[in-house]
Design a protein around this ligand. Structure first.
Ligand code: A3P
Length: 340
């Protein structure tokens, strides 16, 4: 795709001290770049694709599931897809979520160097090329070919997506207590080889609250969506809402998508969406990527699924730091989390 398209934001290098802190915590340098006035941290391969993403054609029957990562994306994806597809459990079982949804910025995690190393080390070269094609290639061209209705997953904030998005497509945004997001992101960063975080949680937390982790600053990300929560094409949800009252959330999503879910169907759907069933559901649990050598540990993508689990990870100092951080970031907004 040609790259003479408009992209309104500047890319900036992180400063030397930030780069050094990231390299120290990860044990190796990480190729973050800061994007736009909110200074979102993206990985460098994103830069070449930013304009294509910003200008990609969106359709009136597209459904976007948008989150800051580890906020309940997978849970919401399965729920939304099932409601949109008249609870077709058989199809949901036959096709993984990765096949049902296009993940816009996935490619940025797998840079050229990673792809070369992966191909040098993989025994089955043909399979290796399939993996590279699945995870390492930008998707805006592929999206053009995808038949409607399309289901799209992204952790990009609204401002990095097409300006016409909300006036055209449906967007479900899921937010979660950022302390739980931090803990979950820490585990996620140990699980995936390409992320590879080697140090204890406290080190991770120190990067996270200084906005030195992928797609931070998290509060800016959430606030962008929160500000648009009354737009008729935006449904803003909290992970904690799904946890507390899944049947009510199912109804909300069905109303938003203009679909019917009868009261008798709700228990079966809730059962399908339970954390225990998710752990064993090969369509959603990402265990299929294990055979490609992308995972580093025995940990699982679908983990505890608890709201408030952060308490087991935070010492007194971190708890206070978090309170201050949250207060500072909520001061200029009416955004309030159910868990705070
Ligand atoms: P934890 O690591 O806190 O357990 P994402 O899909 O955005 O990456 O979010 C992953 C988080 O959602 C993980 O949180 C995961 O366990 C949780 N999750 C996934 N499926 C869930 C389910 N069916 N019920 C509750 N939580 C779920």
């Amino acid at each position: 795709m040609e790259n003479n398209k408009q992209f309104p934001y500047k890319f900036e290098e992180l400063d030397l001290e930030e780069k050094a802190d990231i390299a120290r915590s990860y044990g190796v340098p990480k190729d973050f770049i800061s994007v736009g006035p909110k200074k979102y941290k993206l990985l460098r391969p994103y830069c070449d694709e930013a304009a294509n993403i910003y200008n990609m054609p969106v359709r009136s029957d597209d459904t976007f599931v948008m989150t800051y990562q580890r906020s309940g994306t997978t849970w919401a994806q399965e729920l939304i897809w099932l409601i949109a597809n008249d609870l077709d459990f058989a199809k949901a079982k036959a096709l993984t979520l990765t096949e049902r949804y296009t993940f816009i910025e996935l490619f940025m995690f797998f840079n050229k160097k990673w792809q070369e190393d992966f191909m040098n080390n993989v025994e089955d070269k043909e399979k290796g090329l399939v993996v590279i094609d699945k995870v390492g290639k930008p998707v805006t061209d592929k999206l053009l070919l995808r038949p409607s209705p399309r289901f799209i997953k992204t952790h990009l904030p609204l401002s990095l997506l097409p300006p016409s998005l909300l006036d055209t497509s449906k967007v479900v945004y899921v937010a979660r207590d950022p302390r739980d997001v931090a803990v979950s992101s820490f585990h996620h960063s140990r699980l995936f080889k390409v992320l590879d975080f080697p140090n204890p949680f406290k080190e991770f937390w120190n990067l996270f609250i200084r906005d030195l982790f992928t797609l931070t600053p998290i509060f800016e990300h959430v606030k962008e969506a929160w500000e648009m929560r009354h737009h008729p094409n935006m449904l803003f949800l909290f992970y904690e809402e799904l946890s507390k009252d899944l049947p009510a959330t199912i109804q909300k999503i069905a109303d938003f998508l203009g679909k019917e879910v009868s009261p008798v169907q709700i228990p079966a759907l809730c059962d399908h969406l339970s954390i225990e069933n998710f752990k064993n559901n090969q369509s959603v649990n990402f265990e299929d990527v294990r055979e490609f050598g992308l995972l580093a540990t025995e940990e699982k993508f679908i983990r505890t699924g608890k709201a408030g689990g952060w308490r087991d990870y935070f010492d007194e100092e971190m708890t206070q730091q978090a309170e201050q951080w949250i207060a500072d970031n909520l001061r200029d907004t009416d955004l309030r989390y159910p868990s705070m």
